[in-house]
Design a binder for this molecule. Structure first.
Ligand code: FAD
Ligand code: MLT
Ligand code: ZN
Length: 462
């Protein structure tokens, strides 16, 4: 059955209240275009449920109307999965989770907390911090990215080498299936082997299987002392070797981020600030160590022992100094975006292939898109490189294809942390293989037989 558009809107209004159904184009606009400006589409409405029950009611209204649901948190995703598709035969309803922002009390005995899907990462850090805990995942979009979006994308970020990705922080989940059924398992049992782990399955499912409404999360010790170093390096293979040394020798290591001189210059032009060194270096590693006692000496000792691998170093243990160094890495994304609509790639390579990839990929890009600008940066210990390529028109995928084929040839993955979204569906099977993709499709049809949830994400619309 399919309802008239007016009937869909009436059903949504009775599900969440008229004030939470946005139909005015000006009010819908920020929900309809993604952070990269590469993807946008038109929604019949944006709905903002305030409870799990209201999320279930939205699904029932959409099923009755033959509409599809695009879940959205902070809309900071980088693969186009959080906004309506440009072409759709069915009305698209954006389901915003931003009103699901309950912060329950931290459980001090278990070191866990249950929070709503719409809670931002920054609010979660502040809440955990006030109770003497930390949270294991952090990333530059912290002020907007939500817990639900981070679960749905299995977000990584800067502390994966120490605490793992978002999936590793999950102790329980509450989520709503496309038919309105509520899955709820939030007791905070660290050991729980009662069959399929649905929280793990939903991590990385990109809004295609269910809408996450609440999560029970593992917290980490809040370590009082931190030091950040920026190291000037001769080339990517020295950077990879040094990242390995740091991991082996520095137990307090919490981040190792890689970038290159062209990216550093761009950030300085875009955001201002002084160059960190008198001399220019081809590559840089930003290293952070965190411990209960000051880790500065331990970090300095490993850097010194690294000899010629480090050409120059600057250290900061005060907050302003640490933030100044972090900005040089974290502002890459916005500095590139200020140049134009970038082709953003997020590849993962085996450690042994990383340095060769950096050289080879620049050549491949130059071959298929001569004159374009390629910025490379990322999370060194996980072999996770981000590429921001400026030049080719947004809808020309030649350059994406060249980079992703090379990645697969070199034993890597086409998405290390951002997900497939609508941006990378064409390369999913080349990466995962036909058997994996068939198993994923079987899970999708079992949980969402009518294809209500985020059609076009993970699997291309046919
Ligand atoms: P959205 O963008 O709203 O949605 C992302 C996906 O999740 C969509 O497919 C959407 O449909 C789905 N979704 C959202 N909420 C729910 C829900 N409650 N239930 C089910 N599905 C849902 N990512 C990293 O991994 N590491 C980084 O270091 C990193 N740094 C970034 C830095 C910047 C400056 C920016 C702009 C982005 C960065 N990202 C990074 C990408 C982005 O922040 C993450 O993917 C984040 O997890 C998205 O959260 P969100 O709430 O904004 O989700
Ligand atoms: C990062 O690590 O900076 C992010 O994942 C965002 C990006 O790829 O630009
Ligand atoms: Zn990243």
């Amino acid at each position: 059955m399919s309802l008239e558009p007016a009937a869909l809107l009436d059903a949504l209004r009775s599900a969440v209240g008229p004030a939470q159904v946005l139909t005015d184009p000006d009010l819908r606009a920020s929900y309809e275009s993604d952070w990269t400006r590469r993807w946008q589409g038109e929604a019949a409405a944006v709905v903002r449920p305030g409870s799990t029950e209201e999320v279930a009611a939205v699904f029932r209204a959409c099923v009755a109307a033959g509409a599809v649901v695009v879940p959205q948190g902070g809309n900071t995703g980088l693969v186009g999965g959080s906004v309506p598709r440009a072409v759709s035969w069915k009305p698209q309803v954006v389901l915003s989770t931003l009103r699901l922002r309950d912060l329950e009390e931290v459980d001090p005995l278990a070191g866990e907390v249950t929070v709503g899907a719409g809670v931002t990462l920054a609010a979660l850090h502040a809440h955990a911090g006030a109770a003497g805990y930390g949270f294991g995942v952090d990333l530059a979009a912290r002020d907007s990215a939500t817990v639900g979006g981070m679960i749905a994308t299995n977000a990584g970020g800067i502390h994966v080498l120490r605490h793992g990705m978002m999936r590793a922080q999950l102790v329980g989940i509450e989520a709503v299936l496309a038919d309105g059924t509520v899955l709820r398992r939030l007791p905070g049992l660290v050991k729980d082997n009662t069959g399929y782990n649905l929280a793990s399955l939903l991590a990385g499912s990109e809004g295609t299987l269910a809408v996450v409404t609440r999560a029970r999360l593992r917290l980490t010790p809040l370590l009082a002392r931190r030091v950040v170093a920026l190291l000037g390096i001769a080339n990517s293979s020295d950077a990879v070797e040094l990242a390995g040394e740091l991991q082996r020798k520095l137990p307090s290591l919490s981040a190792v981020e890689l970038f290159f001189d062209d990216g550093l210059q761009l950030v300085l032009e875009h955001a201002g600030g002084e160059p960190p060194f008198r001399e220019v270096h081809p590559a840089y590693l930003l290293v952070e160590a965190e411990a209960a006692e000051d880790p500065t000496h331990a970090l300095a000792a490993v850097v010194q022992a690294a000899g010629d691998l480090v050409r120059d170093a600057v250290l900061a243990s005060d907050q302003a100094g640490r933030e100044r160094l972090w900005r040089l890495r974290e502002r890459h994304t916005e500095a590139i975006s200020a140049l134009g609509v970038a082709h953003k790639l997020d590849v993962g390579l085996p450690a042994a292939a990383l340095a060769a990839f950096v050289g080879a990929v620049r050549q491949r890009v130059e071959r298929v898109a001569p004159g374009s600008r390629t910025f490379i940066y990322g999370h060194a210990c996980e072999g996770n490189l981000h590429l921001g390529i400026i030049g080719p028109p947004p809808d020309d995928e030649t350059v994406d294809d060249a980079v992703l084929r090379l990645t697969i040839e070199m034993g890597g993955t086409v998405s290390a942390e951002h997900g497939i979204g609508i941006a990378k569906t064409a390369w999913l099977e080349a990466d995962r293989g036909a058997a994996d993709v068939a198993a994923m499709r079987a899970i999708k049809s079992a949980l969402d037989p009518h294809g209500i949830l985020n059609p076009g994400v993970l699997f291309a619309l046919s």
